[in-house]
Design a protein around this ligand. Sequence first.
Ligand SMILES: Nc1ncnc2c1ncn2[C@@H]1O[C@H](COP(=O)(O)OP(=O)(O)OP(=O)(O)O)[C@@H](O)[C@H]1O
Length: 290
Amino acid sequence: MIEFQQLTKTYGSKTVLKELNLTLTPNKIYGLLGRNGAGKTTMMQLLAGHILPTNGKILINGKTPFNNRSILNEICFINESGNFKQRLKIKDALKIASFYYPNWSNETAYSLLEIFNLNKKWNVKGLSKGMESALGITIGLASRANITILDEPYIGLDASHRYKFYDLLLEEYENYPRTFILSTHLIDEVSELFEEIILIKDATLLLHKTTEEVKDLSLKINGQKELVEQFSKGKKILYEKEIIGQKTVILFQEGLSVDQAKAIGLDAERCDIQELMVYLTGEKERKTNV
Ligand SMILES: Nc1ncnc2c1ncn2[C@@H]1O[C@H](COP(=O)(O)OP(=O)(O)OP(=O)(O)O)[C@@H](O)[C@H]1O
């Protein structure tokens, strides 16, 4: 169980996270989402015990991770870069990780190296951005850490390797259930993996729900302007666009029915997560349409 309790992190006068409360139950794949600078990496650094909160607490099974070796051995945090010392060879990086993580799987590590076309004798120093990402993913998955945090580790990976990674992640998760926390801007590719979505905006938690719940809060309707406006009246509008008498609106609130919208002659469907995140985290959020 992971608990963020009234967690605040400031850097100088900047509040990066403000009185954040969040509880994560074990063995799920979480998507941590938000715009650039929203505070995702900071949250992950706090969880991984790399930094201390300014106020509030972060607890893993009731204990603070900072300086707590037994908890930290259960957490694998892979960043988008800079995970490994440049002077190491790949095999040394794997060896160090194997000492650190009690559930480490050498078999998984070496099979992933093969999948990602990495040679254990190569120096970390000479790796391309994509290769370094592949090494990060290899260690992240082979660690079998109870809490595996992947902060945009796909940077530089080509599409075919990214999709391979998504498959491998699911395979690992099914065979060895554990908590994965993934931060990404490639939402359309990854959102199917997420069981729950955590959305950070303006230093606060905007939303924490299952992926299905988030989708069910949305409704994209399209049709004759008057009909769309009639249906939208009193509802929260995230987005609207009008072209020659036709209107498209994205609504976001509890209790929106696809069938009800269709019954009055509108095209209606749920939104995909990528589209929703764009509008939910947008600069301007539309108020309720009255
Ligand atoms: N060590 C630091 N010192 C000062 N400011 C910091 C520090 N670390 C992060 N910040 C600031 O905190 C804010 C949140 O940064 P963070 O890296 O957590 O965002 P993020 O959501 O991960 O962004 P991105 O999606 O771009 O990676 C940013 O404004 C950043 O400049």
